[in-house]
Design a protein around this ligand. Structure first.
Ligand code: IMP
Length: 186
């Protein structure tokens, strides 16, 4: 059975492909543009995107939605991360955090998977860390240059190889939970 991942973010597609390939699962990536609904819940956003993708392609699909939640900003940008990244970007986040000592933040990833005739199945993963004082590194994508995971050694995600990021990231955790479930049900 084919496994189709719908995303227009190739950074995300590369991470998910590499994670699943290491577990013996191959995916097809389809760049279908979906309408991202506005909601305070990542779960609701990914569930709705998944239903829309399933409607467009008519085959089993999964999508993934992620957000960066900054403690000092009461969880902002959270589910609005994509809009905030496009508008103020990493420089804007660093400006909002200027002079702040509490730099704790976490990334959350939600995967939604739909098979015909079944309700959408959800998997999630969280990675806690801190917002750096300046952008560092050129790997990864999005907020990677300003996020230092707690499980790491002080480097930002953008200073890590894809395998290092995948081993500890929110997306890595969500994908591994998904793969475990797939193996049990296939
Ligand atoms: P979405 O899941 O594509 O809606 O992502 C929301 C926003 O968070 C986008 O601007 C992404 O670039 C950013 N983002 C999502 N996942 C990550 C990640 O693993 N590292 C850095 N930024 C991310």
């Amino acid at each position: 059975m084919g496994l189709t991942f719908v995303t227009t973010n190739m950074g995300k597609a590369n991470e998910v492909r590499s994670l699943l390939r290491a577990l013996g699962i191959e995916i097809d990536v389809r760049a279908v543009k979906l309408t991202e609904i506005q909601s305070d819940s990542l779960e609701e956003i990914s569930m709705r995107s998944c239903e829309e993708a399933y409607g467009v392609l008519g085959e089993p699909v999964f999508v993934e939605d992620a957000g960066l939640f900054i403690e000092r900003l009461n969880g902002f940008p959270g589910p609005y991360s994509s809009y905030v990244y496009r508008t103020i970007g990493n420089a804007g986040i660093l400006k909002l955090m200027a002079g702040e000592e509490n730099r704790v933040a976490y990334f959350k990833s939600c995967i939604a998977y739909k098979l015909s005739g079944k309700p959408v199945k959800m998997f999630s993963g969280v990675c806690v860390g801190r917002i750096s004082h300046e952008p560092r590194g050129s790997g990864g994508f999005g907020f990677d240059p300003i996020f230092m995971p707690e499980e790491g050694d002080g480097r930002t995600f953008a200073e890590m190889e894809i395998e290092e990021k995948n081993a500890i990231s929110h997306r890595g955790k969500a994908v591994r939970a998904f793969a475990e479930w797939l193996k049990l049900t296939r």
